[in-house]
Design a protein around this ligand. Structure first.
Ligand code: HEM
Length: 349
């Protein structure tokens, strides 16, 4: 048995705070691979894995490139442009609508639902947030169900159709499981990728030598993306519940305790990385923990990295000068997710 569990929905206090066992959000989380352990997790993961292989991501690259180009064409150049709102927030949701088989015109709606759902992993949830996340889970669920029915009647080359056909150990996903996990993919893939683009760009703007190096050698981003993920991780911590007493050094973590694993701190461990507070795109042997580790290692890591690589390469290709419009930046007030509410830049082409 796992010594550390991800099954929060089984904790009555956790469920109660989010609306109770039968609320739309808690019901969905019970089918999320992120919140299952052992065999149940392996089954869900095994069924979804084929959609996110390196080959599948490579095949998607031309579509993603087209999306990034269109969004940057619309963004244009000029002073005081918010790179979060105009670029970072647009790319992942547009890519995922396309990949998922959902109409791209609905991306703002999907983003609104995704933003509300994202609070489910906050350490505590107030009444307004609880209502918003449950409304979002119910509405987004109905929306995905409607598109799933269309794909069943008329399969296409997209995520919904592939999930309908996926088989693992002779089993298939139920409709409820597909709907819940598509929501999870949106939630897991949106704000995180937004923050990889935002935090990464801020890191480069505050290390002009690195931005210059990338401009002179755009191929640096291939491995450099790992350094951007290490330097300022979009997810700073993941949490687990101890299922038995666990001894760590001279401390005992008692069974039932919540364990916070600080990925951001590990990424800057001076025993692992020399001069860890410096951004260095040429740093050798960078293996950040920003996508987690073990069985729950991020299923969308290759997709997120491929989107972000395209964004950074295209930014330095299009704009001869990128600078911060204001020195002060505003971070979103969240503990586990680290990202900017806006990033105002001057973009000169
Ligand atoms: C820079 C972008 C991203 C970051 C930093 C990130 C980070 C993470 C982390 C830290 C975990 C582990 C959570 C844990 O152990 O409790 C995780 C899991 C997960 N991520 Fe991502 N993620 C990103 C992009 C994506 C994308 C694009 C998707 C869309 C498919 C996605 C979907 C998921 C899912 C479904 C899981 C759960 C996997 C499992 O339980 O087996 N993520 N992610």
């Amino acid at each position: 048995m796992n010594r550390l569990s991800s099954e929060y929905p089984k904790d009555p206090r956790w469920s109660e705070q989010r609306g109770g066992r039968n609320s739309p959000i808690v019901e969905a989380t019970r089918s999320w691979m992120l919140m299952r352990d052992g065999t149940a997790h392996r089954r869900l993961r095994g069924l979804a894995n084929p959609v996110f292989t390196a080959k599948a991501i490579r095949e998607m690259a031309p579509r993603v490139t087209g999306i990034v180009h269109r969004i940057m064409d619309e963004m244009g150049s000029g002073h005081d442009i918010d790179l979060i709102g105009r670029l970072a927030c647009q790319v992942p949701v547009t890519v995922f609508c396309g990949l998922g088989g959902l109409p791209v015109e609905d991306r703002d709606l999907c983003r609104k639902w995704t933003d509300a759902l994202g609070h489910v992993i906050d350490p505590s949830v107030d009444e307004t947030t609880r209502r918003a996340m449950n409304d979002a889970a119910a509405e987004f669920g109905d929306y995905i169900a409607e598109h799933l029915a269309r794909r069943r009647a008329n399969p296409q080359d997209d995520l919904l159709s592939r999930l309908l056909l996926a088989e693992f150990d002779g089993e298939r996903l139920s409709d409820g499981e597909i709907i819940a996990n598509v929501m999870m993919f949106f939630m897991g893939g949106h704000e995180t990728t937004v923050n990889l683009i935002g935090n990464g760009m801020l890191g480069l703007l505050r290390h002009p030598d690195q931005l210059r190096a990338l401009r002179e050698d755009p191929g640096l981003i291939d491995d450099g993306i790992d350094e951007l993920l290490r330097y300022d991780a979009p997810i700073q911590l993941v949490a687990r519940i101890a299922t038995e007493d666990i001894q760590v050094g001279d401390r005992t973590i008692p069974a039932g305790a919540k364990v916070m694993i600080l990925l951001g701190a590990a990424n800057r461990d001076p025993r692992r990385y020399t001069d860890p507070d410096r951004l260095d795109l040429r740093r050798p042997d960078v293996r950040p923990l920003s996508f987690g580790g073990g069985p729950h290692y991020c299923i969308g890591a290759l997709l997120a990295k491929s989107e972000a690589r395209l964004v950074f390469s295209e930014l330095v290709r299009r704009y001869r000068d990128i600078t911060l419009s204001h020195e002060d930046v505003v971070w979103r007030p969240q503990v586990n997710i680290r990202g900017l509410s806006e990033l105002r830049v001057d973009l000169m082409s």
